[in-house]
Design a protein around this ligand. Structure first.
Ligand SMILES: Nc1nc2c(ncn2[C@@H]2O[C@H](COP(=O)(O)OP(=O)(O)OP(=O)(O)O)[C@@H](O)[C@H]2O)c(=O)[nH]1
Ligand SMILES: [Mg+2]
Length: 322
């Protein structure tokens, strides 16, 4: 895949430490398909025009909706752009992208932001339906923590499939992170209990829990997640506890309905949107933030442990539309 180096997303606006961590490179890689499709369609819409007119605005609306930002958001962005065009300024199409980025960023900044406290250890439960990218995301989060100098423990609480424990153990070896596990079929809550005891003994900073995405039925899955949560609440009462819902960006609106269903039964603190690199529907992140009112915390931008970035509204808008 193209690394997006040709997109020239004005990295000079990003702080130096962001540059070093490769944030822009990963963001561009993650949004490459979405951005390219957006630009192609935008170019086609503005070709041969020098001023913005009503017809072009309609086009633009469709193009935005095509990136899956959600219909409401697309309409809001277009309304704001229309307002600005009417008010003043430049009806010049060259200003268009700039305006779109601005308006999208404003809307995104109005979305819920994650609450982060850094003074206590953290337990992160990673939940989501099967195949969305949970186990890979657990590894990415472990790497994320390691890079910040934290001591990490991973808990293999997807005991439903034998292969799931193996998959996480393999990541543990690669990353040199302890994996707490039991035999397949064991009680996931017991694995989490063990992991928390181990974490306390080792003075770990972060326990990351991989959970099953599929069980005998949905009720069973939800029951199991509540049981795990009760163990965490009891055993790590003074820790920062968070539940991250992993959604697969390539499934578009399906992921949005999944999230609605999940949040009805499990309290979710934020979303990790995986596989955004594999779709032109990267605007999904906006729909999660705006329509579901859930903070998007991380974006998964590939299959390696390094392919994780945090979600930053302004930068996201810029990489998406700029
Ligand atoms: N391109 C891309 N692929 C990803 C990303 N995250 C995960 N994957 C791939 O998605 C597939 C499924 O990932 P898993 O982490 O096994 O998903 P899971 O939710 O744990 O699956 P189950 O345990 O079966 O429910 C794997 O092939 C991963 O490499 C991502 O951000 N980008
Ligand atoms: Mg898994």
């Amino acid at each position: 895949m193209n690394d997006g180096d040709t997109l020239d997303l004005a990295p000079e606006t990003a702080p130096a430490e962001v540059e070093k961590s490769g944030f822009w490179g990963k963001l561009k890689k993650g949004l490459f398909m979405t951005h390219t499709e957006f630009l192609d369609r935008l170019d086609a819409a503005v070709e041969g025009r020098s001023v913005m007119d009503e017809e072009m605005m309609e086009h633009l609306e469709e193009i935005l909706i095509g990136t899956d930002v959600g219909v409401e958001t697309a309409l809001e962005v277009i309304d704001s752009v229309k307002e600005r065009v009417r008010g003043f300024e430049a009806r010049d199409v060259l200003k268009l992208r700039e305006m779109l980025v601005d308006e999208m960023a404003v809307l995104l900044l109005d979305a819920p932001q994650p609450v982060v406290r850094t003074d206590q250890p953290t337990v992160t439960l990673v939940v989501g339906v099967n195949g969305v990218g949970k186990t890979t995301s657990v590894a990415k989060l472990a790497r994320w923590s390691q890079e910040r100098g934290e001591r990490v423990v991973m808990a293999a609480a997807d005991t439903f499939r034998a292969a799931a424990v193996e998959q996480l153990s393999l990541w543990g070896e690669r990353l040199d992170v302890d994996v707490i596990k039991q035999a397949a079929g064991a009680d996931p809550a017991a694995v989490v209990f063990d992991a928390l005891q181990a974490a306390k003994a080792r003075q770990a900073d972060h326990v990351i829990v991989d959970t099953a995405g599929r069980l005998h039925n949905k009720e069973h899955l939800m029951e199991e997640l509540s049981k795990i949560k009760r163990v965490v609440d009891r055993e790590a009462a003074s820790w920062q506890r968070r539940t991250l819902l992993v959604l697969d960006a390539t499934t578009g609106q399906n992921a949005i309905s999944q999230a609605r269903e999940f949040t009805r039964v499990v309290e979710v603190d934020g979303v990790l949107l995986a596989k955004i690199d594999g779709t032109a529907k990267g605007g999904m992140a906006v729909a999660v933030a705006r329509d579901l009112r859930l903070p998007v915390i991380f974006l998964g931008v590939g299959e390696t442990a390094d392919d994780l970035i945090e979600f930053r509204p302004r930068e996201f808008a810029k990489a998406l539309l700029g």
